[in-house]
Ligand binder design. Structure first.
Ligand SMILES: Cc1cc2nc3c(=O)[nH]c(=O)nc-3n(C[C@H](O)[C@H](O)[C@H](O)COP(=O)(O)OP(=O)(O)OC[C@H]3O[C@@H](n4cnc5c(N)ncnc54)[C@H](O)[C@@H]3O)c2cc1C
Length: 332
C-alpha cells in the first residue's frame, strides 16, 4: 500500500499533465456498472506516457491493471485499493500500412476497427463490429462471434513486457490464441500496445451488409438494454452455456440485482443496483445447478477481480523479438 502511494506521488510529479483519477468509482468504467472505488486510474495520452507510468510502477515493484473498454470485467464492491489501473482509451491511432494491412493501437474499439476495414474494402472483421471491447481487450480474450475470432485476422501484436520494461513484437502464432484465451492471459505482465491486422480484399457493400446482418442478430438475441459483461461463462466443450443454463430452469433467476437474462440465458445482467456479491453468488448458483442437471462444469468468461487481486510477474516462455529496450527508459 505504501509502495503504491509513493508511486502515485512520483507519477504525478513526472507526468504533471496526466489525467489521473483517484478513488474513482470503477462502476463508471465498466459495462456491468458495478464496482467500488479504484485508488488510482490513469489515462495516458500516448504509448510513451503509458510506458513511463509502467516504468515508475516497476521501480516500486508494482504492476498496473490494464483497462480496455471494461466490457468483460467484474470489479469488486469493496473497490481496488492496492492496484494502479491504466486505461488505454486514448490510444486511438488507426491507419493503413503501405502494404495494405491495418495498424491499430490498443484503445481502438473493435467496432471502429471493423468499420475502418469495411471502408477500405477489407473483409474478415465483420464479426467484430458488434463486440463492445477494444483491440487490447479483444486480443487478450481472443474475442469472437458468429464463427470469427480475432486470431483469424491478426498478423502481429506489440506488447510492453512489464518484468523487462521492453517492447516485443509477437507473431500471431506466438500469441497462442485459442478459444477466449491467449498467451497474454497465461503470462501476466503483457501490456498490449498495438497490433497489425491483415484482412482479405473484399467488396465494401457486401462487407457492410454482413455487418448489418450480424448486428441485427445481436440486437434480437442479446439483452443490450441492460448492463452486463457479455457471456458470463465460456462455451463448454460440447454444447452452449446458455442452453445448459436454460435447461437448468434458470432463465430469469436472480440474486439481488443480478439476473440470468430472460432474453439470453448466457448473460448475467444488472437489473439495477446489482453488487459484485450478487453476481458472484448468482454465478456460483448457476454453476452448481448446471452441474447437477447436466454434469458440465461451466467456466467464467468474464475477468473477476477480487479485492485482493494481484498480478504476478512471469517471464516469457517463447523466444520473443525485442524491438525496444528498457535502456531507453533508464536514460531519461
Ligand atoms: C453486450 C456485450 C456483448 C459482448 N459480446 C461479445 C462477443 O460476441 N464475443 C466476445 O468475444 N466477447 C463479447 N463480449 C465481451 C467483451 O466485449 C470482450 O471480451 C472484449 O474483447 C473485451 O474487451 P475490453 O476492451 O472491454 O476489455 P476489458 O474488459 O477492459 O478487459 C478484459 C481483459 O483484458 C485485459 N486488457 C484490456 N486491454 C488490455 C491491454 N491493452 N493490454 C493488456 N491487457 C488488456 C484486462 O486487463 C482484462 O484482463 C461482450 C460484452 C458485452 C458487454
Amino acid at each position: 500500500m505504501e509502495q503504491l502511494e509513493q508511486a502515485i506521488q512520483e507519477i504525478k510529479t513526472a507526468l504533471p499533465g496526466l489525467r489521473l483519477m483517484e478513488n474513482e468509482p470503477l462502476a463508471n468504467h465498466c459495462s456491468f456498472r458495478i464496482g467500488g472505488p479504484g485508488r488510482a486510474l490513469a489515462v495516458p495520452e500516448d504509448i510513451t506516457s503509458l510506458t513511463r507510468i509502467c516504468y515508475l510502477l516497476k521501480k516500486h515493484e508494482l504492476a498496473p491493471f490494464i483497462l480496455g473498454n471494461g466490457t468483460n470485467l467484474l470489479f469488486p464492491d469493496e473497490g481496488l485499493n492496492d492496484l494502479f489501473l491504466i486505461s488505454t482509451e486514448k490510444l486511438q491511432k488507426l491507419f493503413l500500412l503501405p502494404d495494405g494491412a491495418i495498424y491499430a493501437e490498443s484503445g481502438v474499439s473493435l467496432s471502429r476497427l471493423a468499420s475502418f476495414a469495411q471502408q477500405n474494402e477489407l473483409e474478415g472483421l465483420e464479426f467484430a463490429s458488434g463486440i463492445p471491447g477494444s483491440v487490447g481487450g479483444g486480443l487478450m480474450m481472443n474475442a469472437g462471434a458468429y464463427g470469427g475470432e480475432l486470431k483469424d485476422v491478426v498478423e502481429s501484436v506489440v506488447i510492453y513486457f512489464l518484468p523487462e520494461q521492453a517492447l516485443y513484437e509477437l507473431t500471431a502464432e506466438q500469441c497462442a490464441f485459442a478459444y477466449r484465451s491467449s498467451y497474454f492471459q497465461t503470462h501476466p505482465g503483457c501490456v498490449i500496445v498495438s497490433a497489425v491486422f491483415r484482412p482479405k480484399k473484399g467488396d465494401g457493400a457486401a462487407i457492410a451488409a454482413k455487418m448489418r446482418e450480424l448486428n441485427q442478430k445481436r440486437r434480437e438475441k442479446q439483452p443490450l438494454d441492460l448492463p452486463s459483461a457479455g457471456s458470463a461463462f465460456k462455451r463448454p466443450k460440447d454444447g452452449y452455456a446458455a442452453a445448459l443454463i436454460d435447461q437448468a430452469g434458470l432463465k430469469g433467476y436472480s440474486v439481488g440485482g443480478a439476473q440470468v437474462s430472460e432474453k439470453h440465458a448466457g448473460f448475467v445482467v444488472n437489473t439495477g443496483g446489482a453488487t459484485s456479491h450478487d453476481v458472484y453468488d448468482l454465478m456460483i448458483h448457476i454453476r452448481r445447478r448446471v452441474y447437477e442437471t447436466s454434469g458440465v462444469q461451466l467456466e467464467p468468461e468474464m475477468i473477476i477481480l477480487a479485492p485482493d487481486y494481484k498480478l504476478e510477474d512471469h517471464g516469457p516462455q517463447v523466444p520473443l523479438h525485442r524491438i525496444y529496450g528498457a535502456g531507453l527508459m533508464e536514460e531519461e
